[in-house]
Write a protein that binds this ligand. Structure first.
Ligand SMILES: [Fe+2]
Length: 398
């Protein structure tokens, strides 16, 4: 399994036990503001209940590490293999994703007990240090961190559907109020290298590193803000087909899109639902919760375009405000030249999703900070809006 991900320094010993337990505890802290009722609701087929995330991330360690690598390991509950398998065909059948909200049992307490049980066994495995599972441990921790962001995305969607507009947590910082003028970073293009290199962890889809040819381009120095996006809306952006890709225009008409997800107009103006409840729109904040279609329509309206992911990666270390909103690119999510899926069930982690999805780069305020790196490739269907997706513009320099 050593070709699973970029080999990293083997994890064992107290420091690595600490890291394992701290990632696990962070997930539980994110769930803690939510009641057992909150944690059980599934707001749409794409989203999962919080407690399902708590269990599934645990299932990952049980299925891929403890089962194969701990002699005599006994599953906490054999039924969980079916309940909490997300999409691994090679592992076996699984409970239908759109029905995860029907799982009133196991309850939150039982799932927390499952987490403790698996943590104890994992700590023993890590302390022992023997076995060919170190890359899987690193993957399991990074997987759990991805689910930490999903917990917040899914909880936000769930809470937004409640007319009481409940807050997940009080606001931790004042909204951005100072507008930064738009600037541009020139990229000269030519033959460049992109993709992950080195010994730090990366997901398989970030490599192999390879050469690409880029024509000269410019990348916006910061993401598009809400004030700028509001100008697009007020200019009839959602009523004028000339800005839209065909599939995007279908979404506008069939789903009644008139603004980003979580924007609502009332007598006082635009209100935005956030994890700290509803509040007035802030013009200087990066626009968020738009689909790739809205991002592309905005870019066309603005006389620009979306960046290709290769342009983004080569210029990312020169731009501002990376990590506030995920940034839609114009690039389809496909394998890099030379990519090979890892062998076995874990090969299903990323590779099998390489169709009908669009790449996002960067990261958002819900992303664990050590996940934000220039080679990271996030991906979602182009009509998805519940992730924290925003817009960075690009243009040709020819
Ligand atoms: Fe997962």
């Amino acid at each position: 399994m050593s070709n699973l991900v970029t080999p990293s320094v083997p994890l064992h010993g107290a420091r690595h036990v600490d890291r394992f337990l701290s990632v696990r505890a962070q997930t539980e802290q994110l769930a803690a503001p939510l009641s057992a009722e909150d944690q059980t609701v599934q707001s749409m087929p794409d989203a999962s209940p919080t407690k399902w995330h708590l269990a599934h991330t645990t299932w990952f360690f049980e299925t891929f590490l403890l089962g194969p690598h701990t002699r005599g390991y006994r599953a906490f509950d054999p039924a969980y293999e079916y309940l909490f398998n997300s999409y691994y065909e090679a592992v076996g059948p699984r409970y239908p994703r759109p029905q995860r909200g029907m799982l009133s049992r196991p309850g939150v307490e039982e799932i927390l007990a499952y987490r403790r049980y698996v943590n104890e066994a994992m700590v023993e495995l890590i302390k022992d240090g023997r076995g060919d599972w170190h890359a899987l441990l690193e993957l399991g921790l990074n997987h759990e961190q991805q689910h930490q962001e999903l917990i917040l995305m899914d909880a936000k969607h769930m809470l937004s559907l409640n007319p009481l507009k409940p807050a997940y947590a009080p606001a931790s910082a004042a909204p951005v109020s100072r507008e930064v003028p738009m600037g541009w970073i020139d990229g000269e293009g030519g033959l460049v290298e992109i993709g992950h290199a080195g010994n730090a962890f990366a997901f398989d889809n970030e490599g192999p590193r390879h050469r690409v040819w880029l024509e000269p381009f410019a990348l916006a120095a910061r993401p598009v803000n809400c004030g700028e996006y509001l100008a697009f809306i007020e200019d009839g952006g959602y009523r004028r087909s000339e800005f839209w890709l065909s599939a995007g225009w279908d979404c506008v008409n069939q789903r009644g899109w008139q603004a980003p997800l979580y924007w609502e107009r009332d007598g006082a103006g635009w209100q935005v639902f956030t994890l700290s409840g509803a509040r007035p729109l802030q013009a200087a904040e990066p626009v968020c919760h738009v689909s790739a279609y809205e991002a592309a329509a905005y870019a066309k309206w603005a006389g620009k375009r979306l960046p290709r992911e290769q342009e983004w990666e080569t210029a990312a270390d020169q731009v501002k405000q990376v990590g506030e909103v995920w940034e839609w690119t114009a690039s389809p999510y496909v394998a890099y030249p030379g990519y090979r899926e890892p062998a076995g069930a874990i090969g299903e982690y990323n590779g099998k999703f390489m169709a009908n999805q669009t790449v996002l780069r960067g990261g958002c305020t819900a992303t664990p900070s050590d996940h934000i790196r220039t080679t990271y490739r996030n991906f979602f269907p182009p009509d998805a809006r519940w992730m924290f997706g925003g817009i960075r513009l690009a243009e040709d320099l020819r």
